[in-house]
Design a protein around this ligand. Structure first.
Ligand SMILES: Cc1cc2nc3c(=O)[nH]c(=O)nc-3n(C[C@H](O)[C@H](O)[C@H](O)COP(=O)(O)O)c2cc1C
Length: 340
């Protein structure tokens, strides 16, 4: 069985398939007269009209059309779509054709751009759509005036998934870097991402110095013992000022943590790797202070972290993280203790 886009010459066959299904399958759940009246509206012209503004598909096997389904915008919305006209010939139901049609529709561009997909579902189709993950719209489990249930599924549109994927795919990289220079436009974009992070009372306590001068990089790396980021072609040094925010509180630590995470994400987005080196340079041997000295940083600032930037020479590996259910919950702490 293949699923392909509807052609104009399919209209008669699709119309006959819809009529047959309404009269054979849907009469199990609706009065026969109601389905007969509905069947009369499902003309080839009606099918063509629907296919003119939706992406209409048919399931075909050995030259016969066994099912159909369409997806289109929901009331002209760019971020909401609706499924329509999903029918599987009564003789071929239960073979997974409906599932294959819905899965195809959910991969269509109208689905990929949508954050919500709606289905006006017949009582006949209701259990199937529920199995496909659709739930009653706004929790309303009664039929509308067209004798259909309104079902919906929320999803994350593709462009937003890409952004979330970036967050999930950031890992600390401690391996070697390729010697390729990092262009200034990229270093600037990374620093802009850092400076755009939130800061307590907007005190903007974070400042940044990007280092791409080979001689200066060598001098900095020479004071890092034991060595890290030895082959990185650039690094960003994070400076923090302990400026009081409000009520005698200082959020400098939170501020630079937010800035660093923004930069790590920007670094990943631009195809580079990095690692948050803070513990290593701020413990008793005060490596950070010595780097600050090399950079001419006034002593009202602390150099709290270095972020190497470069193209990884080997694949970054993901550390093991605890399960979602061990660390994140809805509406309160788990009553019986943390599920393991
Ligand atoms: C405050 C802070 C200090 C860190 N200092 C170091 C460090 O000195 N050396 C190092 O190799 N990694 C350091 N890291 C990176 C962590 O080890 C790393 O984020 C953690 O192992 C989780 O791995 P992931 O970043 O790949 O998710 C630091 C991270 C944070 C948040």
């Amino acid at each position: 069985m293949t699923i392909r886009r509807f052609r104009d010459s399919d209209a008669e066959t699709v119309s006959a398939l819809i009529v047959r299904t309404l009269l054979v399958s849907n009469t199990n759940d609706y009065p026969a007269e109601m389905m007969e009246a509905l069947a009369k509206t499902q003309t080839p012209e009606h099918v063509r009209q629907r296919a003119s503004w939706t992406h209409f598909y048919v399931a075909e096997e050995a030259g016969s059309i066994l099912g159909c389904g369409a997806i289109g915008p929901y009331w002209d919305r760019e971020d909401e779509s609706s499924l329509f006209t999903i029918f599987v010939s009564p003789a071929h139901q239960g073979r997974g054709i409906g599932r294959a049609i819905v899965e195809t529709l959910e991969k269509d561009e109208f689905a990929l751009r949508a954050r919500r997909i709606e289905i006006p579902a017949s009582a006949t189709g209701l259990p199937f759509y529920q199995k496909m993950g659709y739930v009653f719209k706004n929790g309303c489990d009664s039929m509308d005036e067209e004798h259909l249930y309104r079902l919906e599924k929320y999803r994350i549109p593709e462009n937003q998934q890409q952004l979330l994927g970036l967050l999930l795919n950031r890992h600390s990289y401690r391996g070697a870097y390729r010697p390729d220079q990092v262009p200034r436009v990229h270093l600037t974009a990374i620093m802009e991402a850092g400076l755009s992070a939130p800061s307590g009372c907007n005190k903007q306590t974070v400042s940044l110095i990007a280092v791409d001068d080979p001689a200066l990089l060598r001098a900095i790396k020479a004071v890092i013992d034991p060595p890290v980021a030895e082959t990185a072609p650039a690094m960003i040094c994070v400076l923090s000022q302990r400026i009081p925010a409000c009520h005698d509180r200082c959020f400098a630590t939170q501020d630079y943590a937010a800035a660093i995470e923004n930069m790590l994400l920007a670094i990943t987005a631009l195809g580079y790797q990095s690692c948050w080196y803070e513990g290593h340079i701020t413990d008793t041997d005060r490596i950070g202070d010595r780097i600050a000295c090399l950079l001419g940083v006034p002593d009202t600032y602390s150099l709290v972290c270095i972020l190497p930037v470069g193209i990884a020479a080997s694949d970054p590996s993901a550390p093991k993280k605890k399960a979602f259910s061990e660390r994140a919950w809805f509406n309160g702490f788990p009553k019986g203790g943390i599920p393991r």
